[in-house]
Design a protein around this ligand. Structure first.
Ligand SMILES: [Zn+2]
Length: 234
C-alpha cells in the first residue's frame, strides 16, 4: 500500500499579516472552528511509525480552509472574506496553493508505483449545536470506489474496541481535498480516506493509547493486503 498522510487543519496559527483581521476572534480560533485538536499529533505519529510521507499545515482554517475547493465560499471565513481580490490571491498563493500542490505531487509520485492511498487526518467536536456525536472514529470515503470501501471495511474490523462509523459525521463525497483528488485521479491510481477522530478522545487520558491503536490497525490492514495495490504502469 503506497500510503501518504495529510493534515489540513493541524493548527490555529494566524500569520502576522492577517492578525489585524482576527482581533476579538480568539475564542473562535481556539475552538473546533479554528482547527482540529489532536489531528497533527496523530498524523505525525502515523507517518513516523509507518514510515510514510506527511504533508501538514498549521495555518488556521479560519484564515483559509485547505479542505475546501476554491469555488466553495467556505474556503474563506467571515474574517478573511474581508480581504480584497489582491489580498485573497496572495493568501491563496502563500498558504493554500503550496499545501494542495504538495499533496498533488505526492499522489502523482506514489500513483506511478501503483495506487496512492491517502489518509487525511481530522478530528471532530463531540457536541455540535447541542447534538452529541457518539462515534469514536469516522471513516469517510466514496462508496462508489471499491478500493476505498474495502479498505475502510478492513480498517473498521482492525479498529475493534473503538466505535467506528462509516461516512460519519460527514459524507466522504462532500467537498474536500480527497474529493478534489478523486476528480483528477482514477480509482486505479488513487484512494482517499478521511480519518475523523472524536475530540473527546484527544482530551482524554487514553489519547496516546488510542493513537497507537489507530497506528496498529492501519499497520495490520497494510500487512494483510486487504487492498491489493494496482500494478505499476509498464
Ligand atoms: Zn478537519
Amino acid at each position: 500500500m503506497n500510503l501518504l498522510v495529510t493534515c489540513e487543519h493541524g493548527g490555529n496559527e494566524v500569520p502576522r499579516e492577517y492578525r489585524g483581521l482576527f482581533r476579538g476572534a480568539e475564542r473562535a480560533l481556539e475552538s473546533h472552528r479554528g482547527w482540529d485538536p489532536g489531528a497533527l499529533e496523530l498524523a505525525e505519529r502515523i507517518a513516523e511509525e509507518l514510515g510514510v510521507p506527511l504533508v501538514a499545515a498549521t495555518v488556521s482554517r479560519l484564515v483559509v480552509d485547505l479542505n475546501r475547493s476554491l469555488s466553495n465560499r467556505a474556503v474563506l471565513s467571515e474574517w478573511t472574506r474581508r480581504l480584497d481580490g489582491a489580498g485573497r490571491t496572495r493568501l491563496m498563493a502563500r498558504y493554500y496553493g503550496p499545501h494542495r500542490e504538495a499533496v498533488e505531487r505526492l499522489v502523482r509520485r506514489l500513483g506511478r508505483r501503483g495506487r496512492a492511498v491517502h489518509i487525511a487526518v481530522h478530528s471532530f467536536t463531540p457536541v455540535l449545536r447541542g447534538a452529541r456525536r457518539d462515534a469514536d472514529i469516522g471513516l469517510l470515503y466514496d462508496p462508489t470506489r471499491g478500493p476505498e470501501r474495502e479498505l475502510c471495511g478492513a480498517w473498521r474490523a482492525a479498529l475493534g474496541g473503538l466505535r467506528v462509523r462509516m461516512n460519519y459525521p460527514y459524507r466522504g463525497t462532500s467537498d474536500g481535498l480527497t474529493s478534489a483528488l478523486r476528480r483528477r485521479h482514477g480509482v486505479r491510481r488513487y484512494a482517499g480516506i478521511e480519518l475523523e477522530v472524536n475530540q473527546r478522545l484527544v482530551r482524554g487520558p487514553g489519547w496516546t493509547r488510542v493513537q497507537m491503536a489507530i497506528v496498529g490497525s492501519l499497520r495490520r490492514v497494510r500487512e494483510s493486503g486487504a487492498v491489493p495495490p494496482e500494478r505499476p504502469c509498464p
